[in-house]
Design a protein around this ligand. Sequence first.
Ligand code: I3P
Length: 451
Amino acid sequence: MPKEREKRRKSSKEAGLSGAGISDGFVKERRTSRRASELRDELCQVKEVRLSEFNSTQVQTSMMEALRVPQVTITPDGGCSREIQQEDWADVEGSLRRKMSNSSISSTGSSIMLEESEDDILSDNETKSKGNITLEHLCEDTSESKPWWKIKTIVNWPFVSPQRRNLSWVQLAGHKGNFKAGGEGTILKKFSENEKLCFERLQGDVLQDFVPGYYGVVERDGDPFLHMTDLLVNFDRPSVMDCKMGVRTYLEEELVRARERPKLRRDLFDKMLEVDSEAPSPQEHLQRAVTKPRYMQWRETLSSTHTLGFRIEGIKATDGTCHTDFKKTRSKEDITQIFRDFATNNTNILNSYLSKLAKIQQALMSSEFFKRHEVIGSSLLFIHDHTERAEVWLIDFGKTTALPEGQTLDHSIPWQEGNREDGYMWGLDNLMRTLGSLTNKGTSEGSNEGL
Ligand code: I3P
């Protein structure tokens, strides 16, 4: 089995970014201009600590630091595997707090370098192009009294004012320029090779009816964009909810990369601190930085990602207010209440959502695309308005990655590093149960865990 895992790991590295469609020179130029604009953009203040010299034991130790999910199977480069047991982690006050003795950084005395964050497996352009957008002017966050750029990095939905359809694209935070207005009824999303490949592979698949229409790659102001349907077009002051699906939000590739080249990020430490000053371990407080897998796993256990296989990322209410403070929303009661409020307890809307989800579930079960992809960081976008029209769409494929030829996923069985399972179907089942509990139409099939 370790051999098989290693094979899968290697193949997954090969899958994904082939660079088709855009010349190297163009990509380089695009990166250069992005760099310049990111440097100008002080909003994010992303810093990264790179650990330049690590011996293999320290790397291993560092990854154990980063990995906070018990029972993860680690497959080191050498091909042998090691199970991280529960006792590798100290369970303190209900959250898995890491034991301090494994600290890697202080013990190495490694030189530390601050630079821009680049620790994603998919390049910046790929990973950051995930639809993070909202309206600066029309979307006022009432849930947090922070400046807009400090609010979460942010809700994954495109929103266009019906009145100012072509003028209203303003990215709220993080990586600027992800969206631009397209032609009539369309939008442009910052190019991602990975997402492009997904859209291409989705053509002709049963899922095609449930993803935004895709019209190819276009260039705008020197940058490439994916041209796609504006999902909000035909809605009148819609309410929108973004639910990120799956039991994990990072690729296995990201773990491998973090293991090979551990990097500490100060921006993620700061984000962690904002939510819970006690979340970082004493060592992390000293370092004032955490690795990305550590941050992502902390986010997953804090929210319902681990327990239910989905989490609420953000909501825009019909009055234009945005709510993005769902990082700690984990219990099924809280989630049910949020859905109830979101749909204004309107049974027609809830039933409509439920029936869309049932269709999506059916399509997923027979989709060749779904079978052959690790679906990470993808969301279901719920949209309805006062006419009681309600739609659900699958969006954000920047981290959806093809499996090696011949390999398929179940999407319901538990994830263990190496099996690439994402828990998407399990999460969908739980999501449907949530809505079902509000309409008295609880789903009869599927897992009994979760909801
Ligand atoms: C972000 C969120 C994104 C992730 C981003 C995180 O955290 O998990 O999904 O981007 O990583 O900072 P939060 O929701 O708490 O703001 P990817 O999905 O592209 O990895 P990043 O900072 O490296 O962009």
